[in-house]
Write a protein that binds this ligand. Structure first.
Ligand SMILES: [Zn+2]
Length: 144
């Protein structure tokens, strides 16, 4: 039981920076959802279950222990889909992109003739940067 609590607390410590939340219960809920998905559990564990196992007051099920082991192993090693990624400089509002986010879309160059802005599109066929996204702004600011 102690091993599972330690494993869970390791998982909690590793995910806290990425999932930090306004409340502890919401943070535990997010962990519960992830572990439930790993275990392919239809009815997810409750945040109180996570809290109880973490505190050592609830004895975890074998299924929970297995999910916890799998998640901690994944967090300790680099998942194969993340190999080859490097940090790049991105300009963004701090609330839009969390640090160390994986970006899965290639950046585009704005199609407005005089614009050299590069951006991450919100939809795959987005042609213009946020400044030139609406038709009105493109017609008002004709390129020379
Ligand atoms: Zn532009």
């Amino acid at each position: 039981m102690n091993t599972i609590s330690n494993n869970l607390n390791l998982v909690l410590a590793m995910l806290e920076p990425a999932l930090s939340s306004s409340s502890k219960s919401n943070f535990y809920y997010q962990i519960a959802i992830r572990l439930s998905r790993i275990a392919r559990k239809k009815a997810p564990w409750s945040w109180r279950y996570i809290q109880g196992v973490s505190a050592g007051t609830i004895r975890p099920s074998k299924r929970f222990a297995a999910a916890c082991n799998l998640l901690s192993e994944t967090l300790n090693g680099t998942p194969p889909e993340l190999t080859g990624l490097i940090p790049v400089r991105i300009l963004a509002q701090p609330y839009l992109i969390r640090p160390d986010s994986v970006i899965t879309f290639p950046s585009h160059i704005c199609q407005f003739p005089s614009c050299t802005c590069t951006f991450i599109p919100r939809v795959p066929n987005q042609k213009y940067c946020p400044q030139h996204s609406d038709r009105k702004s493109r017609s008002n600011h004709r390129s020379p």
